[in-house]
Design a protein around this ligand. Structure first.
Ligand code: DGL
Length: 268
């Protein structure tokens, strides 16, 4: 199949959180067109079963493939953890997922081979980060912790709030007790907590932002395959959501760090 380099990159997430990946992509690849899909009607995925998440993932993948995207990015850690194979099986275009990017980022960052991973309950229960990291480096010791309260706290905008700080101290206590030197932010929402988390874990622990790692991996893939957009004009950004876009718009602008327009509601 001949891929059109001017076609958009398809990025998807359970809701608004994947915009952290879009933001990293916009900064790293400023001439790429992007189509984003956020399943705002059915979010959160992080507490749902593998069967349900796989079913939703299939629907979103089919939607984006119909838009003729040149590659797919699974921005949602939860979907990547339990349903990335669903996407790969369906897709004729290359697929990247945040877990692989985060795993490679962790390996590059960790000197003592002691890595902490935080994410939603479904991501942590799946053990997907440990599998991805061990596939490259079997000797790395991994300590995981589900942090279910972080998603609502971030959506509330409590990025530097005493409640969030206390919650982080509580969640991270057992991980820090293991003397980790690296902490993977294994959820779309956590990059927004980076300053607070860095404060809680201290300067001796490196934070791996899977959104940034993803943007690097995307740039490498586009170059390798010769499908980077040669155009130097202003790119086109389109956003599709499954529920009324009001909340997506307000929270999304916080995630994206810029104004959000061109938002469409999808009726399945
Ligand atoms: N996007 C999800 C993730 O990265 C967090 C929100 C949710 O639970 O759906 O795991």
């Amino acid at each position: 199949m001949q891929t059109d380099p001017r076609a958009a990159i398809g990025v998807f997430d359970s809701g608004v959180g994947g915009l952290t990946v879009v933001r990293a992509l916009m900064e790293r690849l400023p001439f790429e067109n992007i189509i984003y899909f956020g399943d705002t009607a059915r979010v959160p995925y992080g507490v749902k079963s593998v069967e349900t998440i796989s079913h939703y993932t299939r629907e979103i993948t089919e939607f984006l493939l119909q838009k003729q995207v040149k590659m797919l990015i699974v921005a949602c850690n939860t979907m990547a953890a339990v349903a990335s194979q669903v996407v790969k099986d369906l897709s004729p275009v290359p697929v990247l997922d945040v877990i692989d990017a985060g795993a490679l980022g962790a390996i590059a960052a960790s000197e003592r081979r002691q890595v902490g991973v935080i994410g939603t309950p479904t991501t942590i229960n799946s053990n997907a980060y440990a599998r991805a990291i061990h596939q490259y480096e079997p000797d790395v010791r991994i300590y995981s912790q589900a942090c279910p309260l972080f998603v609502p706290l971030v959506e509330e905008g409590w990025l530097d709030h005493p409640v969030t700080r206390l919650t982080a101290q509580e969640y991270l206590k057992p991980v820090l007790a293991q003397n980790v030197d690296t902490l993977v932010l294994g959820c779309t929402h956590y990059p927004l907590l980076k300053p607070l988390l860095q404060d809680v874990v201290g300067p001796g622990v490196k934070l791996v932002d899977s959104a940034e790692a993803m943007a690097e991996e995307t740039a490498a893939l586009l170059n390798e395959r010769g499908i980077a957009n040669p155009s130097r004009s202003q790119p086109n950004y389109e956003f599709y959501v499954t529920d009324v876009p009001l909340r997506f718009q307000t929270i999304g602008e916080r995630f994206l760090g810029r104004t959000l327009s061109n938002v469409h509601v999808v009726k399945w």
